[in-house]
Design a protein around this ligand. Structure first.
Ligand SMILES: [Cu+2]
Length: 69
């Protein structure tokens, strides 16, 4: 299990939080997804043998948010 914090500068409100947490928490292997609105970050805990970081980033980007890398 790995925990990573991603920087997503466009996060601004509860809607962002819900869409990003919703899109990432449904991925198989993701055990926890938490958006910090003021910090503009997404903290993800996931099983590295079940899901890759690229897949998680793609799920966020599909919601219309750019992940700073
Ligand atoms: Cu928003």
């Amino acid at each position: 299990m790995e925990t990573k914090t991603l920087s997503v500068p466009d996060i601004s409100c509860d809607h962002c939080k819900m869409s990003i947490e919703g899109a990432t928490s449904v991925l198989a292997g993701v055990t926890d997804a938490s958006v910090d609105i003021p910090g503009k970050t997404v903290t993800i805990s996931y099983e590295t043998d079940a899901v890759g970081l690229d897949e998680i980033v793609s799920a966020i980007e599909e919601q219309g948010y750019e992940v700073a890398r």
